[in-house]
Design a protein around this ligand. Structure first.
Ligand code: ZN
Ligand code: FE
Length: 249
């Protein structure tokens, strides 16, 4: 019998989240460490040893903490997209869509989600009995939004969001930025009649006014309130993305 894997979040920089996975033992893994210092402090406070670093994509606010973490825990594995080896050079375990691997006694699955960057990947932690799957999706799916299309097409982002949607409504969504309130304020302007969006916006504003994170979300909640997730086709997604890129709320 081992304790369930817990996911914790550490807010860093302006609006980034670093996620920590830890179970019953002393081992831990982190997803998308933007910086090292607060993550080292967080793990040390709890007597945890870092076993692995997971990256969703190569942007510095998702890999910047790796060198500092490796200085403290040189044995930690660094898991990232094999196709992005040049831009994530510290990786020790390259992965690609469809790969599965064990971490802290649990199975993770790699999902290819191009759009924000060409080699962006997501990690799905398979559920244990009675638990929901956990999804680490970097800058692909956000609560109420999606990542900007720096290197990909609306077609790619649409299909990436569809892959994540297929994980099921109860999947908990750990996205890497606290963008939820702005995303929903925008969405409420685009669809002022949408009751579900207005309700969620009010709830999210309450959380933020108390200084609390709006993460995790869930796939079900995104299916109900995320306009990008609800886009019927690539043309619709392209239009939404273009509108949001110019929106100054
Ligand atoms: Zn990014
Ligand atoms: Fe980012």
């Amino acid at each position: 019998m081992h304790a369930a894997t817990t996911v914790s979040l550490i807010p860093v920089l302006n609006d980034n989240y670093v996620f920590v996975l830890h179970g019953g033992g002393r081992g831990a893994a982190v997803v998308d460490p933007a910086v090292a210092e607060p993550v080292v402090a967080w793990l040390e406070e709890r007597g945890l040893e870092l076993e692995a670093i997971l990256h969703t994509h190569h942007h510095n606010d998702h890999i910047g903490g790796a060198p500092g973490l490796l200085q403290r825990w040189p044995q930690a594995a660094v898991i990232a997209s094999a196709a992005d080896r040049e831009r994530i050079p510290l990786q020790t375990q390259g992965v690609q869509g469809g790969d599965q691997f064990m971490l802290l006694g649990r199975r993770l699955r790699v999902i290819e989600v191009p759009g924000h960057t060409r080699h962006h990947i997501a990690y799905a932690l398979e559920p244990e009995a009675e638990e929901a799957p956990e999804l680490f999706c970097g800058d692909t799916l956000f609560a109420g939004g999606c990542g900007r299309l720096f290197e990909g097409t609306p077609e790619q982002m649409l299909s990436s969001l569809q892959s994540l949607s297929a994980l099921g409504a109860d999947t908990r969504v750990w996205c890497a930025h606290e963008y939820t309130e702005g995303n929903l304020r925008w969405a409420a302007e685009v669809e002022p009649e949408n009751e579900a969006i207005r309700k969620r916006l009010a709830f999210v504003q309450q959380l933020r006014s108390e200084g609390r994170p709006t993460i995790p979300s869930s796939i079900g909640l995104e299916q109900a309130t995320n306009l990008f997730m609800r886009a019927k086709n690539a043309a619709a997604l392209r239009q939404l993305r273009g509108h949001k890129d110019l929106w100054r709320g």
